[in-house]
Design a protein around this ligand. Sequence first.
Ligand SMILES: Nc1ncnc2c1ncn2[C@@H]1O[C@H](COP(=O)(O)OP(=O)(O)OP(=O)(O)O)[C@@H](O)[C@H]1O
Ligand SMILES: [Mg+2]
Ligand SMILES: [Zn+2]
Length: 548
Amino acid sequence: MYQVIARKYRPQNFSELIGQEHVQKTLANAITSCRLAHGYIFSGQRGTGKTSVARILARCLNCINGPTVTPCGVCASCVEISNGNSVDVIEIDAASNRGINEMREIRENVRYRPARDRYKIFIVDEAHQITKEAFNALLKTLEEPPEWVVFILCTTEAHEIPNTIASRCQHFAFRSIDYAELQNRLREIAAQEDIEASDEVLSVIAQAGEGSVRDSLSALDQAIACCGKALRVEDVRALLGMFAVESLRSVAEAIHNQDSARMLDIVEELERSGQSLQHFCRELSRYWRNLLVAKISGKPNRLIAASEREQQGFLETAGLFGEEDLTRYLNLTLELYQTLQTSLQPRLHLEVGLIKLVQAGRLQSIEEALASLENPEPETSRAERLKPATFQTASSKANPGGEQNALNSTQSPVAPAGKPVEPVKSGDLATDLADALSRAGLETTADAVRQSELRLEGNELLVRAPKSIAFGLKDAGVQRVAVEVTGRPVRVRIEAREPMKTESPQTSGTSAPSENDVRQRALSHPGVKRFQELFPDAQVRTVRNLNE
Ligand SMILES: Nc1ncnc2c1ncn2[C@@H]1O[C@H](COP(=O)(O)OP(=O)(O)OP(=O)(O)O)[C@@H](O)[C@H]1O
Ligand SMILES: [Mg+2]
Ligand SMILES: [Zn+2]
């Protein structure tokens, strides 16, 4: 008869166990030094080895060569324990035997010596299901246990074991299994089963297990049942309802490109291919979480269940966003997931939710805003910085120096040699532009333009502004108005130049200005104005002269 892989490959001794080193080590020490407890609690996620370790411990204790850390595996005790029919190792499923009567029976049973072996071992699965009264009955036994009795309570909910019981037991918390260990285990088993599976396939199956060995092995079983001996990654992914990182990344890409239409396409594609929208949303939250972890740690990290190559992808994508952005997207996606759980119109909600992510956009952090006040950065270079490395096209790579150099040249006011330069006398275009900006209500920007030098180079409008106010020009309005004023598709490039002495009248002032003057001057400073635009609720509390 066919035996499912998870059962077929149940570890039979400590060396076959993956992970849980802390459990292995402590139990092995206890066995060799004969310092056994009468009660153990094994808690932890499903499918991480609790029942397996309980049986291994039983074998260690009852093997004919025991107590030993390396049970023989062939004696009657060892074999019977593996098959679950040893008279002295009693497995109780507390999910169906949870009442006081069953516990009374156990209490009776405990009083008799083991039939053949050294110890009488009770393995209680799903122990948290035991009723309160039944726990009380059990407590009596644990208080004064006969020397031959060992209780092992296995549970996924350690906090539901009453303290009275827990304090009489040794507690082992089983950990979720690392992705890399899961993948290795799967590779071994696939080889033994003669299954053809690439690393990518194993990676998908390991991820589907979410840290549970049993779940990964069940996923492997399912994949074999469906796809046969040769597993193809697309089939396995579709079977397990996993989404390729690429499809999740397209969401990040759409946010980055501020492309709401793409979001609608993504939902359309999901619907068309019959994917569960809830599940997609869940995977998307996990994706944000992975990006966030990548962002925070800045290097491949074992907290992310993904291959080295995928991790590199995460790092690159994470580089496009700030930590706050990713946190915001994660929160929005989790909210969206909640909504989808109960929604009667999941498609509509997913569409709106994804568009919201685009609108949530990329906020400027306070640090960035402050930095831009001190160190204005040309609009173009910001755009360049935000441009994803991964989304670059071949043509942009073919000419790596070209555009980059032009951008870097913003520090030098000299136009690139050979390029036709059409200097526009300050006063013509500058005045026109400033006036148009004023009319458009962009007063701060207009002021900044008035104090700048303008040059039209081909279709590029170079605006050289004093360093202190260049940020005032970063308003997108300049671009729009410049197109209107010049009547051609100009691209505005903003450059900061060092302030000239004459531009700061305060330095030549002889009499000390009054406090009110200082305040007025500070408030009319374009930097302060700009700050107040960015943070409308900000208040100016005090004004200090940094030169004093
Ligand atoms: N740490 C592990 N090392 C190797 N295989 C494991 C491990 N944990 C689980 N497995 C595999 O998963 C199967 C189920 O494991 P086990 O019954 O020990 O899990 P469990 O923690 O008791 O789960 P549950 O909480 O669902 O009862 C085993 O047969 C084995 O194939
Ligand atoms: Mg179990
Ligand atoms: Zn044995």
